[in-house]
Design a protein around this ligand. Structure first.
Ligand code: GTP
Ligand code: MG
Length: 151
């Protein structure tokens, strides 16, 4: 399970980006099991990015993350953490391939639109930071037999 969160200041842009990003993960075959909008506090942002606290951009990054609405999502599916990062693209949008989220929708590294967990352990930690257990749903979608087959 990866956590994905992204933010933009403008509401219309926010709606457009949310539907664009949700549809990219959904079309691939992944399943949305949690989504919400929140404005994180600076302390929350510092927790989320704690592994970057020695980096020169840490303070600016945390100020940005806490400066407006963030849409947090949890996606489920085979290989979703690793492949989700491919859908997202390289950290620097100037180096992200066209066809990726950052390649198509962002220009600079400090405003690269989306975050994705980088492994199962960080996904677990980030999901529990962003979501309460009861905010995550469990369901089987009709599409699953077409996405995964049946044995
Ligand atoms: P995330 O999915 O957001 O974790 O991105 P990532 O895993 O591709 O990159 P990383 O974890 O190394 O960095 C986390 C975030 O810090 C990035 O998404 C950027 O928003 C920001 N960041 C990373 N490197 C730089 C940098 O050199 N300058 C600035 N301003 N921001 C950076
Ligand atoms: Mg990262």
């Amino acid at each position: 399970l990866p956590a994905a969160a992204f933010m933009l200041q403008d509401q219309e842009v926010l709606a457009a980006e949310v539907s664009e990003i949700v549809s990219r993960f959904e079309r691939k075959g992944y399943k949305l099991v949690g989504i919400k909008v929140m404005v994180p506090s600076k302390g929350f942002a510092q927790k989320h990015y704690h592994d970057l606290k020695e980096r020169p951009f840490f303070n600016g990054l945390c100020n940005f993350l806490s400066s407006g609405p963030v849409v947090a999502m949890v996606w489920e599916g085979e290989g979703v953490i690793r492949y989700g990062r491919k859908l997202i693209g390289a950290t620097d949008p100037q180096k992200s391939e066209p066809g990726t989220i950052r390649g198509d929708l962002a220009v600079v590294v400090g405003r690269n639109i989306i975050h994705g967990s980088d492994g199962p352990e960080t996904a677990k930690d980030e999901i529990s930071l962003w979501f309460k257990p009861e905010e995550l749903v469990s369901y089987t979608s009709n599409a699953e037999k077409w996405i995964y087959g049946q044995n």
